[in-house]
Design a protein around this ligand. Structure first.
Ligand SMILES: [Zn+2]
Length: 178
């Protein structure tokens, strides 16, 4: 089990181009397990590899949200492709583990269909609606370097930067005191 620190914006690793996964080797399986452990440690609904500083095309989604049993492992999406999105949209607040305590209203399609390779190496397709669609599209955005701040104007972006800098300063003090 390895909980790894989440990469916080504006860390440039969140913008790095991601590389396709061609072979499921030990490093890929370890990345999947670390993503699971780190997501659960932060109570996230999903997490993408760049958030652990790894520029690879992988994200995970919490099993219950993905329509599985709570005790199932998180769903692994490698080299995902968004096949379809609905014209109908949803507009609600979205969070991200790389933006602690920040919530931004983001318009997203109400439904989407995604194809990806699972951790077993098999291709699968999943259709998501409402929060699942939002989560799938959010995590997929991470693999193309698109982030929550890309949905806001420059003024709001500055405010978020300041807020996260304060968050970082507080974390550094905690670390120094520990
Ligand atoms: Zn995110």
């Amino acid at each position: 089990m390895a909980v790894r620190p989440t990469v916080i914006w504006p860390d440039p690793r969140l913008r790095e181009p991601t590389v396709e996964i061609t072979q499921i080797d030990d490093a890929v399986r370890e990345l999947y397990r670390d993503l699971c452990d780190s997501m659960y440690a932060e109570n996230g609904l999903g997490m993408a590899a760049p958030q652990l500083g790894e520029a690879r095309k992988m994200f995970i989604v919490e099993p219950k949200l993905a329509g599985r049993a709570e005790t199932d492992p998180p769903l692994c999406f490698m080299n995902p492709e968004v096949l379809e999105t609905s014209d109908e949209v949803q507009d609600s607040e979205e969070g991200c583990l790389s933006f602690p305590d920040i919530y931004i209203k983001v318009k997203r399609p109400m439904r989407c269909k995604v194809r990806a390779m699972g951790i077993d190496g098999k291709l699968f397709e999943i259709e998501g609606e409402a929060l699942l669609a939002r989560c799938l599209l959010h995590e997929n955005d991470h693999l193309t370097g698109k982030l929550l701040v890309d949905f806001v104007g420059p003024l709001k972006r500055q405010m978020i930067k300041k807020k996260l800098q304060r968050h970082k300063d507080a974390a550094d003090v905690e670390e120094a005191e520990a």
